[in-house]
Write a protein that binds this ligand. Structure first.
Ligand SMILES: Cc1cc2nc3c(=O)[nH]c(=O)nc-3n(C[C@H](O)[C@H](O)[C@H](O)COP(=O)(O)OP(=O)(O)OC[C@H]3O[C@@H](n4cnc5c(N)ncnc54)[C@H](O)[C@@H]3O)c2cc1C
Length: 151
């Protein structure tokens, strides 16, 4: 099993830090979790060492880990979750249509997608170089606007 239920609302408690799958830190795009668990473990280890030196392993004393993790990973994991929820519902026909977009990513853009290196820069780059992705984004925005307007 790979966690795919979104970013955990809490990562620390008194004397406790969650990392890896237990903290829902795997990327649900391709199910990559080892690198993310190790990177979170590194951050947690640094914060734990400081907490031990200060003699404060309370939730407050460990919150630095949660802040660091969120700054580095939260946005891209939210994107990954958003993508996962959509592709999980795709029919075969929908996959065929979406492949028209995915097939036009540059190798670097596709590799970044697989690594969950998703950012505003990645999105803008994809929009700039991929007409199919641009049309899809415009459609999605128009759909969201129509939904908000109740139409
Ligand atoms: C089939 C499959 C394929 C995958 N392929 C990839 C891949 O190719 N690349 C990739 O990056 N990720 C992959 N993943 C995801 C990856 O395995 C996990 O995201 C990653 O291992 C999470 O590391 P972790 O340390 O958080 O948890 P785990 O690796 O699950 O380690 C948790 C450990 O805690 C132990 N444990 C559990 N309960 C207790 C307890 N009560 N007391 C003591 N010990 C306990 C478990 O036995 C386990 O050894 C795959 C996952 C699956 C299921």
């Amino acid at each position: 099993m790979i966690p795919s239920c979104g970013v955990s609302p809490r990562l620390v408690g008194d004397g406790l830090m969650l990392v890896g799958d237990a903290a829902r830190q795997a990327s649900p795009i391709v199910g990559e979790g080892i690198r993310f668990a190790m990177l979170a473990g590194l951050l947690a280890g640094r914060v734990a060492a400081r907490a031990v030196r200060r003699g404060d392993a309370s939730r407050q004393g460990l919150l630095g880990f949660e802040r660091l993790w969120r700054r580095q990973f939260e946005t891209r994991m939210r994107w990954a979750q958003w993508i996962n929820e959509r592709i999980a519902r795709y029919s075969d026909d929908m996959w065929d249509r979406r492949m028209a977009i995915i097939g036009r990513f540059t190798p670097a853009q596709f590799a970044a997608l697989l690594r969950t290196d998703l950012s505003a820069g990645w999105l803008l780059g994809a929009m700039a170089t991929n007409g199919a992705a641009r049309r899809y984004a415009v459609e999605r925005v128009a759909q969201a606007v129509r939904q908000r307007a109740g139409r």
